[in-house]
Design a protein around this ligand. Structure first.
Ligand SMILES: [Zn+2]
Length: 272
């Protein structure tokens, strides 16, 4: 059975975007990249490159910034660098990884393709585009190198994978709920309203959406710790809080699972 691919192009509040959607055997994944004021935020996945090429060709870009090195955000970077000679900026801790051949599990190569190596430069704490000044916010948790970008002039936050879903049900093994909580608190201390999420897309009431997500994660942390204190182990807590199984958990051999949410909370709290 073939992978189905489709794309949606659009513009919200002065930001052009493309959303690429992949579906295969009941698993559907999508990713956006955004263009505004001469800046391209993220580059999509290698497996969507042919679909994204017309968007890149019509884009008016001076520079590329990447929220984190995951292959659905950095997969088009090699092409853009070779084709257009554009400078690419990323968290300096990921420059080496991006210069090498793709190293991630097979199911991710199947969905997102094999990211081609590219040469990135370290991003500073702030930068400017044609008409705007930007802040770069270190927001680990989803990945250790994760960054969010705030356009200070428009109050638009490009949040990478910090938001994704208001009620996260499963995360990847290396993610950490307590670290994500701290990163959301950090961006909420800044002035913004609209949010551009690499998976959910344009969120008009972005601040409110992140506040709701934070409240959900606080509640999840409290419930997890309460059950843990009562003597439940992480499997038992998972059965209580997340009884539903998702195809991606099986498909990824457990790299995506709600158990990682529980484990990261327990780990941070330490052994009582
Ligand atoms: Zn990611």
């Amino acid at each position: 059975m073939f992978m189905k691919k489709r794309c949606i192009l659009g513009e919200s509040s002065g930001v052009r975007y493309i959303n690429g959607i992949l579906s295969w055997k009941g698993v559907q994944l999508n990713v956006h990249c955004f263009e505004t004021d001469g800046v391209l935020i993220d580059t999509g996945a290698q497996s969507l490159l042919e679909e994204f090429k017309p968007f890149f060709a019509n884009a008016d870009i001076d520079q590329i910034i990447i929220t984190h090195a995951h292959e659905d955000h950095s997969g088009g970077a090699g092409f853009l660098q070779n084709e257009y000679g554009l400078p690419i900026y990323i968290n300096d801790m990921s420059i080496e990884e991006c210069a090498e051949k793709a190293k991630y599990p097979l199911y991710r190569k199947w969905f997102w393709g094999k990211r081609q190596p590219f040469t990135a430069q370290p991003i500073e704490e702030s930068f400017t585009s044609r008409n705007c000044s930007w802040s770069v916010i270190t927001t680990p948790g989803h990945s250790h190198d994760h960054l969010a970008f705030l356009n200070n002039d428009t109050g638009q936050l490009f949040s990478g994978d910090l938001f994704v879903h208001p009620k996260t049900k499963l995360i990847m093994r290396e993610e950490s709920i307590p670290t994500i909580i701290a990163s959301i608190e950090k961006v909420l201390a800044l002035e913004f309203n609209e949010l551009f999420c690499c998976h959910a897309g344009y969120v008009k009431e972005g601040r409110q959406a992140l506040q709701n997500k934070l409240a959900y994660l606080y509640e999840l942390r409290a419930q997890t710790l309460e059950l843990y204190t009562k003597g439940c182990n992480s499997k038992e807590i998972q059965a209580r809080l997340f009884p539903k199984k998702y195809p991606i958990s099986r498909f990824s051999s457990g790299e995506w699972d709600s158990i990682h949410m529980i484990n990261s909370i327990i780990k941070e709290a330490g052994t009582p």
